[in-house]
Design a protein around this ligand. Structure first.
Ligand SMILES: [Zn+2]
Length: 321
């Protein structure tokens, strides 16, 4: 299947070793009103260095599912891709109720939002000419920063819009969930009612949930699990993520993709909640899987063949052959 990268189309067969969920940069809505500290040239340079570092470790594709209102910057991504040679895919789609969904979109209906997503996939984002290659959704907030009891009406609207944009374009859907109130099952229920094929749905941030019943429910319905926050220790220790992952692989569940959800650059001035989380997460960077986690998986008996499946074949199948 043809995929939109920030520099044009590629084929899913060409993705190679893929990090499915990372961020070049991110900021919460309003950061742009407080961005004196941001030096674009310096940050591009740092991003290119980080991308080259993981290229040397064998990473060939980098998916940045930054929601459209959290500092997504298509031109920044295109420049970083051009200068580093990394294949980069960015997203269309809105974030969750607690931290995102600007007022304009709160007032739009499902089909109008779907139309915006479809435009960003087929025509490009704004006037940049850069097209989105994945659809982001989000339910629940961030552990310790919000209390989430159910998928909200605004989130459900965005989930349905994502489903409709997916059905029109074939572009896969990547779902943010909060580890402390994960709504993966309910997300799938909504997608099911929209007729979405779960082959193209990734239920993200599952590794910090640590609940086998949750994993089994999602995997048995044919969706993918994102073990995509390795290194963010305050949310869940890597040892717990690894215990779940190795256990799932041992009993034959392998529809899983790996990543870090590492943010290269936080936009706007630093704020305490994120600063604290980052300070206690020294391994939250793009190279942690290659340098530390994959070697630990090998030591625990996970074969190279399985690692290739998680890093290469699963992303390809998720985007579609
Ligand atoms: Zn993320």
């Amino acid at each position: 299947m043809a995929i939109n990268t920030v520099l044009g189309k590629c084929n899913s067969k060409d993705l190679g070793t893929t990090l499915i969920h990372e961020h070049l940069a991110a900021g919460f809505p309003g950061w742009e009103l407080d961005n004196r500290g941001f030096n674009r040239k310096t940050e591009i340079g740092k991003a290119v260095d980080r991308l080259k570092e993981i290229q040397d470790l064998g990473i060939q594709s980098f998916v940045d599912p930054c929601p459209m209102e959290l500092g997504r910057d298509p031109e920044f991504a295109a420049e970083a891709a051009e200068k580093s040679g990394m294949r980069i895919i960015i997203a269309t789609g809105l974030y969750n109720d607690a931290f995102g969904i600007p007022q304009h979109f709160r007032m739009l209906g499902v089909d109008d939002i779907a139309d915006v997503y479809i435009q960003e996939i087929t025509e490009g984002i704004g006037k940049t000419g850069v097209k989105a290659g994945i659809i982001k959704t989000a339910t629940g907030g961030i552990p310790g920063m919000s209390v989430d009891t159910a998928i909200t009406a605004q989130e459900e609207k965005c989930l349905r819009a994502a489903a409709r944009a997916h059905k029109k374009t074939g572009t896969p859907i990547l779902c943010h969930n909060s580890e402390t109130s994960p709504f993966g099952r309910q997300t799938l229920d909504i997608f099911e009612s929209e007729g979405v094929n779960f082959q193209h749905v990734l239920i993200g941030h599952a590794c910090g949930v640590g609940d086998m019943r949750y994993y089994f429910d999602i995997l048995n319905r044919g969706a993918w699990l994102g073990f995509d926050r390795f290194g963010i220790e305050p949310i869940a220790p890597d040892k717990m993520r690894l215990a779940s992952l190795i256990g799932l692989l041992a009993v034959g569940f392998d529809r899983i993709m790996l990543s870090h959800d590492a943010v290269g650059c936080w936009l706007g001035r630093p704020f305490p909640a994120i600063q604290k989380m980052m300070e206690s997460s020294p391994n939250s960077h793009y190279a942690h899987l290659s340098r530390n986690i994959i070697p630990q998986m090998r030591k625990s008996g996970v074969s190279d063949e399985k690692i290739r499946l998680l890093m290469v074949d699963n992303p390809r199948a998720y985007f579609g052959d």
